[in-house]
Design a protein around this ligand. Structure first.
Ligand SMILES: [Fe+2]
Length: 164
């Protein structure tokens, strides 16, 4: 028997995305050469984002520091960090504790890598000695989506469905 009472009136709406591994190329937001992401939940009220990170050919995600934890699940392909000796493969789950600084590399023989990541707070792009060169947070992700969706004709407000 289903729950019989109304949900709290202030509760937010759920997000349901049937085509999370989007076939429509316009959904994927470019973020660096050979690297793009597909937003799933851009949680501005709690300061985190869930997305699929996609790397084609031999892509590199610039060195960055995580002051807060990251959870990842590899859906396709494989990758590793320059800073660790393990490899994340299709089906792997990874917990990255606060304090991690790493550089994500997809090997040349992997045509496409897709990983589901939950990133909390901020990622700080750093030089090899930890000096901050830039950052990303849920707001820069939202901005990137708005600009891209506007440019590809989906409209800047296309991103709204992913924001909570
Ligand atoms: Fe990271």
């Amino acid at each position: 028997m289903p729950y019989q009472l109304p949900f709290p009136k202030d509760a937010q709406e759920e997000i349901v995305i049937p085509d999370a591994m989007a076939e429509d190329e316009r959904i994927w937001v470019p973020q660096a050469e050979n690297v793009s992401f597909r937003p799933l939940c851009l949680n501005r009220s709690q300061g985190y984002w869930m997305n699929l990170l996609r790397v084609r050919k031999s892509g590199v995600l610039s060195r960055h520091r995580h002051p807060q934890p990251v959870h990842g699940f590899v859906l396709k392909g494989r990758w590793h960090y320059l800073e660790h000796d393990w490899e994340a493969r299709e089906g792997s789950y990874v917990f990255e504790p606060p304090g991690e600084t790493h550089t994500l590399v997809v090997p040349e023989d992997v045509p496409e890598m897709i990983t589901y990541f939950q990133v909390n707070g901020v990622m700080l792009y750093v030089d090899p000695w930890g000096k901050t060169m830039g950052y990303e947070d849920v707001f820069t992700k939202i901005d990137m989506c708005r600009k891209h969706y506007e440019a590809v004709g989906l409209g800047a407000d296309y991103v709204d469905r992913f924001i909570r």
